[in-house]
Design a binder for this molecule. Structure first.
Ligand code: TUI
Length: 318
């Protein structure tokens, strides 16, 4: 049985988080992941507080198990979103795209566990000092807004810099990735792209099909000139942005091009003009299946992989 400190800290069976993806991770998906023994996380993105409250209520109606909400700290609604989290007594929050330090005291007061996403050792250290409960170290293999460092170099450096549990994210979609993350010193994994292809994920089937057809080199990074690089599946939109960046369009204008594109992809299924945020591991996600199967497959394959390594390398001293 693969159990770690993170399982005890938040009361989950398996050390698997489902990434809190904006426009993707609805209450339906989060509830299914939590009910299967992982941590389901609602992606609040730039959604208003009322939307979030409705999604939280959906989760509460389906499962009594712990769940989380991802707070995108650049959202214009971040203060209202935090208010809903307090009122609904959400057990776990993850945060992205900023420093959640100022919200730590009020969340601690009601016992909400705070698990920020970091892409650097410096922020990891600052947030541990601010009193957060654990960290997600997210490498640039991830989809969406990314940092500069890959998962393999980032995770061990964050693990060495802090005492709190670290979850690895970026480029992980199966049991091999879970075992590798544990070997790097992480105590769990967060996966986004794999859960996009869950039956319970409400995104357009056209997007799921794109992920299933994706290969190892199907993602590209755009928006470097804006200081906020984003990883997406290559399509008409990413090629257009790339060309404008080469031609020297201003960072503000480049950012403007992205407005509304994530929704256009995920909800409307516009595979050419939308922003299909997905990670480099998309090439290894090959089928649509129920969340319960995904979680079982990850845990069974992790245990198989661990057995294989033990049989191969564990008998040296006998
Ligand atoms: O947050 C993410 N990935 C995301 S957020 C997102 S939402 C969106 N919605 C509409 C359009 C575009 C995007 C999509 N993907 N990952 C977690 C993450 N956080 N990675 C890197 C960071 C990060 C970046 C800067 C964390 C902190 C930070 O600066 C804080 C500081 O104080 O330096």
């Amino acid at each position: 049985m693969i159990k770690t400190r993170i399982c005890d800290l938040i009361g989950i069976e398996y050390p698997i988080f489902q990434g809190g993806m904006a426009w993707v991770a609805t209450g339906e998906l989060a509830a299914a992941v939590s009910e299967s023994g992982g941590l389901g996380i609602i992606g609040s993105g730039q959604a208003p507080a009322d939307w979030l409250r409705a999604e939280i209520r959906k989760v509460k109606a389906i499962t009594k198990k712990p769940y989380g909400v991802n707070v995108m700290l650049m959202s214009p609604f971040v203060d209202e979103v935090m208010q809903v989290i307090l009122e609904e007594r959400v057990p776990v929050i993850t945060t992205g795209a900023g420093n959640p330090g100022k919200y730590v005291p009020m969340l601690k007061e009601i016992g909400t566990k705070i698990i920020p996403v970091v892409a650097s050792v410096a922020l990891a250290k600052r947030l541990e000092k601010a009193g957060v409960d654990a960290l997600i170290a997210e490498g640039m293999e991830s989809g969406g807004h990314i940092g500069e460092i890959g998962t393999f170099p980032l995770v061990p450096q964050v693990v060495d810099a802090v005492k709190i549990p670290v979850i690895a994210a970026g480029g992980i979609a199966d049991g091999r990735g879970l075992i590798a993350a544990l070997a790097l010193g992480a105590e769990g994994v967060q996966m986004g792209t794999r859960f996009m292809c869950a039956e319970e994920c409400t995104i357009s089937p056209l997007i799921k099909d794109k992920i299933i057809k994706a290969k190892d080199r199907s993602t590209v990074i755009t928006g470097r000139s804006t200081g906020h690089p984003v990883r997406c599946l290559d399509n008409h939109f990413t090629r257009e942005v790339d060309q404008y960046e080469r031609e020297g369009m201003s960072p503000d204008e480049i950012s403007e091009l992205g407005v509304g594109r994530l929704r256009l992809a995920m909800v409307d299924g516009d595979v050419q003009n939308g922003s299909i945020m997905a990670g480099q591991i998309a090439g290894a996600v090959n089928r649509i299946e129920p969340v319960a199967n995904i979680v079982q497959d990850i845990m069974e394959s992790a245990e198989r992989e661990f057995e294989r390594l033990s049989a191969r390398f564990g008998e040296r001293r006998r």
